[in-house]
Design a protein around this ligand. Structure first.
Ligand SMILES: [Zn+2]
Length: 140
């Protein structure tokens, strides 16, 4: 049985996929990411390169559903020593500092809010997995 490669969802995000698995009992995709060390870290505040690493931490965030399954991303992120801002979280294109969701569901929800009420968006959220599944199947 072939294994689904989730890395296609995270290309160009300055991160590497360390592990990935699908928990069939919970219908949840787990993806573990770490910063791609080929790139110099960037300060999330001033956007300047900050090569000096202060510390590393781990947290979990939600992403858009993948193939109909809830997606949880565990990411190792770094605090860097920026010459202008001091110790601060590095910028990652996938997620904004201190947020609980990646930018993808956040952008999707913002787009929905242009056309729907907040209550309708909340009710619609349960259909995210079907929408993403259909989008994926249509693109292959
Ligand atoms: Zn800075």
């Amino acid at each position: 049985m072939s294994k689904i490669q989730f890395i296609v969802f995270f290309r160009f995000c300055r991160v590497e996929v360390m592990d990935q698995y699908f928990d069939t009992s919970k219908n949840t995709v787990h993806v573990q990411l770490k910063p791609d060390e080929r790139f110099t870290p960037i300060c999330s505040k001033c956007k300047q390169k900050a090569p000096d690493i202060h510390s590393s931490h781990k947290r979990s965030v939600s992403d858009l559903s993948i193939l109909g399954a809830e997606t949880v991303i565990s990411i190792i992120y770094r605090r860097v020593r920026c010459t202008q801002c001091g110790a601060i979280v590095e910028a990652l294109p996938l997620i904004d500092p201190y947020k609980r969701v990646t930018r993808r569901p956040a952008c999707y929800i913002l787009q929905l809010c242009q056309y729907m009420t907040n209550k309708e968006v909340a009710q619609h959220r349960e259909y995210f997995s079907l929408i993403i599944k259909d989008a994926f199947l249509n693109s292959t």
